[in-house]
Design a protein around this ligand. Structure first.
Ligand code: PHE
Length: 475
C-alpha cells in the first residue's frame, strides 16, 4: 500500500512554494539584464503581456494536469491520455528536462554560495579582480560547496511537501521580499540612481525587434518555471478546494513583481557606479553580471559607506540570489523525486538518494567543463563553435526544450485530455471561473495561438543555436 499523497497545508503555502520556484536567478539577474539591453520600459511591457496572456494559461494547464491526476508528470500524461504510448514522450520530457536543468543551475548556485562565503571572509576586493572568477570556478572549493548545497536541498526535500518544501518557502520567501526591498531603498538613495531608473523605465520602442520579442517570451516562460514538470508536480499537491486560476495569478504576479523590483536594484547600482555608462556594453550573460560586474559595483560603495558597509550590501545581494536559487532547486528536484515515488513506488528517502547520486556525478562533470577537464570543456561543436558539457546542457534543456514542452502541454490539454476536462478542473475550488472571460480566453488561447507561438519560439531557437540562422532569415 502506498502512503496517501502529500499536500500543501494551505493556499498561501502553495503560492509561496510555487513563487519560490518561480523567483530565481532568472528574476534577480537575467530579467534586469535583458530589460536593460532591450528597451527598458518597452521590454517590461512586452514581458508583462507574455506573462499574463501566454504563460499564465499554460501555468493553469500544468497545475490542472497535476491536480486532476494526483501524479508526477510521467504519471499525469499516462493517466490522462488513457495510457497512450505516444503521450508518454512528453511525460518523460517533463522529467528529464528538470533533471538536467537542475544540474546546470546547481553549478551556478554553487558559485553564488562560494562568492557569499568569500564576502563573509572579508574578501570582496578579491572578487573584483578579472582573474578571480576563472580561478574560483576551477578550484576544488567548488566541490565542497556542491556537496554542502546538495545536503541543504535534499535535507529540505527529505522533510516532505508540507514540512520541507512549504515550510522552507514560508520562511525564506518573506525574508527575500524584505531584503530585496531594503536593498532597493538603499540603492535608490545613492547618487545618480535616478539615471538608472530613467534608463530602466523609459520605454525605447525602437529596440523592440523580433529577437527581443522572442527573448522576452523565453524569459517569461523560464521565469514562471513552466515546461519543467514543476507546476504539474506542485499541482498534484494542491487541495481540491483551492482555486487554480486564482493561485496561478498570484504566483505570476509575485514573480513579475520581484523581477521588476530587481531591476530597480540593478540599474540604479550600475549608474551609481558609472553615470556615463552605456548599458549596451554590459555583458549579455547573467553569469557575467553576477560574478564579474556586480562585485565591482558593490565594492565602489565603499567610498560612501566604507568597506564593511559595501561588504554587507554585497553579502545581502548574494544571499538573496542564493535563497531564490535554493527554493527553485528544491522545486525542480522534487519532480524526479515525485516520479520515482509514484512510478517506482520508492520511499521519499530512497528516491532522494538515487537522484542525488546521479545529479552529483553530472554536476561534477558540469563544474569540470570550464577547463579542469579538456574533453568536457570542448565536448562538442554546435553551430560552428566548441561547446562544453555545461553549455550543452544549457542549450539543450534550458534554451531549446522548454518551449517545446510548453507546446506539448497545450496540445495535450486541449486536444487529448479535452477542453471540458480542463474546464472542470479549473472550476473545482473556483466556481466563479465558470463562464468567466478568463475561462473563455484560456480555452481559446491554449488551443490556438499559445501553442503556435511556443512552436515558433522552439523552431527559432533550434535555428539560432544549431544552425546559426533564424526564422526571419529564412522568410
Ligand atoms: N524560475 C526560475 C528562475 O527564474 C527558473 C528555475 C526554476 C530554475 C526552477 C531552476 C529551477 O530562475
Amino acid at each position: 500500500m502506498s502512503a496517501p499523497r502529500e499536500h500543501f497545508g494551505s493556499r498561501i503555502g502553495f503560492i509561496l512554494a510555487a513563487a519560490g520556484s518561480a523567483v530565481g536567478i532568472g528574476n534577480l539577474v537575467s530579467f534586469p539584464v535583458a530589460a536593460t539591453k532591450s528597451g527598458g520600459g518597452a521590454f517590461l511591457l512586452v514581458y508583462a503581456l507574455f506573462v499574463f496572456l501566454i504563460c499564465l494559461p499554460v501555468m493553469m494547464a500544468e497545475l490542472a494536469l497535476g491536480r486532476k491526476s494526483d501524479k508526477d508528470p510521467v504519471g499525469a500524461y499516462r493517466q490522462l491520455s488513457g495510457g497512450s504510448r505516444l503521450w508518454r514522450i512528453p511525460g518523460w520530457m517533463a522529467l528529464i528536462t528538470p533533471f538536467m536543468i537542475a544540474v546546470f543551475y546547481m553549478v551556478v548556485t554553487v558559485w553564488v554560495l562560494g562568492y557569499l562565503v568569500e564576502i563573509f571572509k572579508g574578501n570582496l576586493t578579491g572578487l573584483t579582480t578579472e582573474a578571480y572568477f576563472g580561478a574560483f570556478i576551477n578550484s576544488n572549493a567548488v566541490f565542497v560547496y556542491l556537496i554542502a548545497l546538495m545536503i541543504i536541498i535534499n535535507g529540505v526535500l527529505a522533510m516532505g511537501v508540507k514540512d520541507g518544501i512549504e515550510r522552507a518557502a514560508k520562511t525564506l520567501m518573506p525574508i527575500l521580499f524584505v531584503m530585496l526591498l531594503i536593498l532597493v531603498l538603499f540603492v535608490l538613495t545613492r547618487e545618480n540612481a535616478v539615471l538608472g531608473l530613467k534608463y530602466y523605465l523609459i520605454p525605447d520602442f525602437a529596440k523592440i525587434s523580433p529577437e527581443v520579442v522572442s527573448k522576452a517570451m523565453a524569459q517569461a516562460f523560464f521565469s514562471l518555471s513552466l515546461g519543467m514538470g514543476i507546476m504539474i508536480t506542485y499541482g498534484s499537491y494542491m487541495k481540491k478546494r483551492d482555486s487554480i486560476p486564482g493561485s496561478a495569478k498570484a504566483v505570476a504576479l509575485t514573480d513579475t513583481l520581484v523581477a521588476f523590483t530587481a531591476g530597480l536594484l540593478i540599474l540604479p547600482s550600475i549608474f551609481h557606479f558609472n553615470p556615463q555608462i552605456d548599458p549596451a556594453t554590459l555583458s549579455d550573460s547573467s553569469a557575467g553580471m553576477i560574478f564579474l560586474f556586480l562585485p565591482k559595483i558593490f565594492l565602489s560603495l565603499q567610498d560612501s559607506i566604507g568597506y564593511i558597509g559595501a561588504s554587507i550590501v554585497a553579502a545581502t545581494f548574494f544571499f538573496l540570489v542564493l535563497v531564490a536559487a535554493l527554493t527553485s532547486l528544491v522545486s525542480i528536484i522534487e519532480v524526479p523525486v515525485a516520479t520515482l515515488r509514484d512510478e517506482r513506488g520508492m520511499s521519499r528517502k530512497k528516491a532522494i538518494y538515487a537522484i542525488a547520486a546521479v545529479q552529483l556525478v553530472l554536476a561534477i562533470a558540469c563544474a569540470m567543463s570550464f577547463g579542469m577537464s579538456g574533453p568536457l570543456t570542448e565536448l562538442i561543436s554546435i553551430g560552428g563553435a566548441n561547446k562544453s558539457f555545461f553549455d550543452l546542457v544549457e542549450i539543450l534543456f534550458y534554451d531549446t526544450i522548454l518551449p517545446l514542452n510548453g507546446f506539448l502541454v497545450c496540445i495535450f490539454v486541449i486536444y487529448k485530455w479535452k477542453k471540458a476536462n480542463l474546464d472542470r478542473e479549473l472550476q473545482e475550488g473556483d466556481s466563479s471561473f465558470a463562464g468567466s472571460l478568463s475561462q473563455k480566453y484560456v480555452n481559446f488561447a491554449l488551443g490556438t495561438f499559445i501553442p503556435a507561438i511556443l512552436l515558433l519560439v522552439f523552431i527559432n531557437t533550434v535555428l539560432l543555436k544549431f544552425f546559426n540562422t533564424s526564422l526571419l532569415n529564412l522568410i
